[in-house]
Design a binder for this molecule. Structure first.
Ligand code: BEZ
Length: 258
């Protein structure tokens, strides 16, 4: 998962584990693409509460998990005491030529500037090392975020661009940034991955977990009303058979350090 929030640590690690474990579940296919080999030294960038770090660790690799959120790292240490976890910022990693691979699932859309993160990742890798990542791409959850911003403005509040916490590049944009950082891009994909948000409250839970920055400066009762309006307007498009489906669009990339 990914938790490089731009301003402060507002991550609720328990809520994340209880209601949003799908993030790690979807990451299992990225672990397959990583192909961890016994003896590899791997960095899990944006490890959250450590579930995928642990899945990779079980392959007999040496692994370090880092995340910007102290709450997430404390929970990861509690869950997996045999794995080293550290609080670190993706744009300023404290590693130099150390890793055979940097792995990152559902994190890099939180990280800006992306160019600085890519330079930091590149520095962390050994020569020939691989960078394997997946995160939100252009158009990610746009149906939801467009409706939220529409409802915020309809409620009489200004929505500033700076409140949008995510970076959702196209593969052309991101490959260009990777190449500028020094990577040879070997895989770049942009694909739809409709994502089930469990239960009647799935959309509300997702907005409360991930979207708090969108509502900065808006009183709690107005925020709740806005979320009710968002649910009402999106029900026909995104709700069926007791569950919500979010319009996730993923970018998946692999790059090699020359
Ligand atoms: C994502 O994984 O694409 C994502 C998760 C939370 C908020 C926004 C995007």
């Amino acid at each position: 998962m990914g938790t490089f929030h731009t301003t402060y640590d507002n991550w609720d690690a328990n809520l994340y584990d209880s209601k949003h474990s799908f993030v790690s579940k979807y990451g299992n296919s990225l672990v397959e693409l990583l192909g961890p080999k016994k003896g590899d030294k791997i960095l899990d960038l944006g490890c959250g509460t450590g579930d995928l770090t642990h899945a990779i660790f079980k392959n007999g690799v040496e692994i370090v998990g880092v995340d910007k959120s102290e709450n997430m790292i404390e929970q990861a240490i509690r869950k997996y005491p045999d794995i080293p976890f550290k609080v670190q910022d993706a744009t300023n990693l404290d590693f130099y030529n150390e890793f055979d691979a940097v792995f990152s699932n559902a994190t890099l859309h939180w990280v800006q500037p992306a160019s600085q993160a890519l330079q930091s990742i590149y520095r962390s890798l050994k020569k020939g090392g691989r960078f394997v990542a997946e995160f939100g791409g252009k158009g990610n959850v746009q149906t939801i975020t467009n409706e939220i911003t529409y409802q915020i403005e309809a409620a009489g509040f200004e929505f500033r661009k700076a409140q949008f916490p995510w970076f959702y590049p196209s593969i052309a944009e991101y490959s260009t940034l990777m190449e500028a950082a020094g990577f040879r891009v070997t895989i770049a994909q942009h694909y739809d991955r409709p994502t089930l948000l469990d239960g009647e409250n799935g959309l509300k839970n997702w907005i409360n977990m991930f979207g708090s920055q969108l509502f900065e400066g808006i009183p709690e009762h107005t925020k709740n009303q806005i979320i009710l309006n968002v649910e009402k307007n999106l029900k026909e498009i995104l709700f069926s058979e007791k569950n919500w489906t979010a319009d996730y669009k993923r970018i998946r990339v692999v790059g090699v350090k020359y």
